[in-house]
Design a protein around this ligand. Structure first.
Ligand code: MSP
Length: 520
């Protein structure tokens, strides 16, 4: 694998980031980090979608300019991703001048090609979706099914893109590439939507929507959201219609666009059509994740249950975001909806990260210090009964990542931790020490520590800080590629002293209890 190019959806900046946005960025960061363990060149793009009526309206309500609103909120997204250790390569904003210029060129090229034409139109516009809706898709009460709001009747002369021209090619592509849409069960939905697609509006009258990119040579129209937003995936790489950059040649097509299920239509129908019209190759995969609910309810401003990701870190006094990342990433099987609840969060990360994984490392290192002064002797190294399971898990985890099954891969890692815990329980190194079977005792401990290095490596994408603390105590190089992992990682000689053994993750309630105890 020479390169891996992955992207997230770019978020609207009419508000601050919430944990639904965070879910997607965390998933993508985990995929990116996993692929850095398999290839040397990973490019991870994220950013913000800053044009459109929604932003224009919110700015007007707040009495500021749309650009001021965008600057303020784009920074909130960047801050949140920093707090969550979302380590992107580039953050694109659709108000970046380079992006705006290239979008104008793209529009112009499609206009000259005849794929964009002007047309008078009356339709039902949903501001939430930023698109026209088909009347047959509305609820019985005439509301947008996603936003439960009445769409506006809009009558305008707009530019239209000939989506219908590409319908057959897209159907063929989806049928011939069963892994184009992930998970596969969503492909049928898209094929159904393709049945009655129509050409789509790609501009709005400036008299109604001012906050958009100008159409070159037409001061009455601005280019409208989806062609602007979707193009970010190529403009970020420096694509231009006449002179594609070196980065574009190197990274395009994208290996995966990670997006939510609500915007699958735009990514698996509109985007491929734009790319076909530009004579560009299609992305390899579109991965549509499910939605996060809060305590089993849809997150919404009106319900007042919108949670910001940084507020979770703050309310649990988390030193780093690993527990939250782990919880979110394992909250739902591939493509299915997940749920966040404080109690479940606490219970799960305590069980998995503190009790199972953290304790195992802590106990094993403590025994190594207690019985051997932290020294690994040559006779402790040998056949490791856990090796087969551990190396098999590496392979299984890779396979899951190939299918974007992030939670499923997480479960495999947990099962390896459980197997190592069971091995310690079954072999009881404390009893071996009591019976003075010191070589056997040392072997058990080193077998576990060798496997802990593999666990550190596998958990790294989810929990980079915990993994790095584990690796430090094990003197293990976390940069080891997955394919170079063996079950022989611990070197002979002094491994660790008592004072260097630190719990890698503290139980959440005990940490809070400690803090309140200190206060009182
Ligand atoms: N701006 C468009 C995307 C353009 S991509 C070229 C948009 N923005 S959004 O802010 O509404 O959503 C951004 C991403 O967050 C989408 O992938 C969306 O599915 C995801 N989520 C928004 N709410 C979510 C949840 N409650 N749960 C999980 N993901 C959610 O759409």
């Amino acid at each position: 694998m020479e390169k891996f190019y992955l992207t997230t959806a770019i978020d609207y900046v009419n508000g601050a980031p919430h944990i639904g946005h965070a879910y997607e960025k965390i998933l993508t960061d985990i995929i990116a980090r996993h692929y850095t363990q398999r290839c040397d060149d990973v490019y991870f793009l994220t950013g913000t979608d800053e044009h459109g009526i929604k932003i224009q309206k919110t700015a007007a309500e707040k009495g500021i300019t749309p650009k001021e609103l965008c600057d303020e909120n784009a920074q909130k997204f960047k801050n949140a991703w920093k707090a969550l250790d979302v380590d992107y390569t580039k953050f694109i904003r659709t108000t970046d001048q380079d992006h705006e210029k290239i979008v104008q060129h793209i529009f112009d090229k499609l206009l000259k090609k005849g794929d964009i034409y002007k047309h008078s139109y009356e339709g039902l516009y949903c501001t939430g979706c930023e698109c026209f809706l088909n009347p047959k898709d509305l609820t019985e009460d005439g509301l947008c099914p996603d936003h439960l709001k009445k769409p506006e009747v809009v009558k305008e002369e707009n530019y239209f893109f000939k989506l219908t021209k590409y319908k057959d090619a897209i159907i063929k592509h989806i049928k011939e590439h069963p892994d184009f849409i992930v998970p596969e069960f969503r492909a049928n939905e898209v094929l159904n939507q393709l049945e009655d697609i129509q050409d789509i509006s790609v501009s709005r009258a400036k008299s109604n929507v001012k906050w958009g990119i100008d159409v070159l040579g037409d001061d009455e129209q601005s280019i409208y959201v989806w062609i602007d937003a979707l193009s970010n995936y190529i403009t970020a790489l420096g694509y231009d219609t006449e002179n594609p950059s070196e980065d574009f040649k190197k990274y395009w097509p994208a290996d995966v666009h990670v997006i939510g299920k609500d915007i699958l239509k735009f990514h698996s129908i509109y985007w491929p059509a734009f790319l076909l019209a530009l004579d560009l190759p299609l992305p390899k995969h579109i991965f549509a994740h499910g939605w996060i609910t809060i305590d089993e309810s849809k997150m919404s401003k009106s319900l007042g249950n919108v949670i910001s990701p940084t507020s979770v870190l703050e309310s649990f006094n988390l030193e780093h975001p690993d527990a939250f990342r782990y919880y979110m990433a394992t909250s739902a099987p591939c493509g299915r909806d997940g749920n966040y609840s404080d109690d479940d969060f606490k219970e799960k990360v305590n069980a998995h990260l503190a009790n199972s994984m953290g304790n195992l490392l802590n106990r094993t290192l403590s025994m190594l210090v207690k019985y051997f002064d932290g020294e690994v002797k040559a006779e402790f190294k040998g056949e490791n009964p856990l090796a087969k399971k551990a190396l098999g898990t590496v392979q299984i985890v890779k396979n899951h990542f190939d299918n974007f099954e992030i939670a499923e891969a997480g479960l495999e890692i947990t099962s390896l931790v459980d197997a190592a815990n069971k091995y310690v329980q079954d072999t009881a190194p404390w009893t071996l020490a009591k019976e003075e079977k010191m070589t056997e005792c040392g072997q058990v401990l080193v077998n576990v520590l060798d496997i802990m290095c593999i666990i550190a490596s596998l958990i790294y994408p989810y929990c980079p800080n915990i993994a790095s603390d584990m690796a430090k105590q094990l003197s293990f190089d976390l940069k080891t590629k997955l394919d170079d992992l063996t079950a022989d990682n611990i070197k002979c000689g002094k491994l660790i002293s008592k004072e260097d053994i630190k719990p890698v993750f503290l139980r959440l309630d005990s940490e809070l209890a400690d803090k309140s105890a200190k206060k009182s």
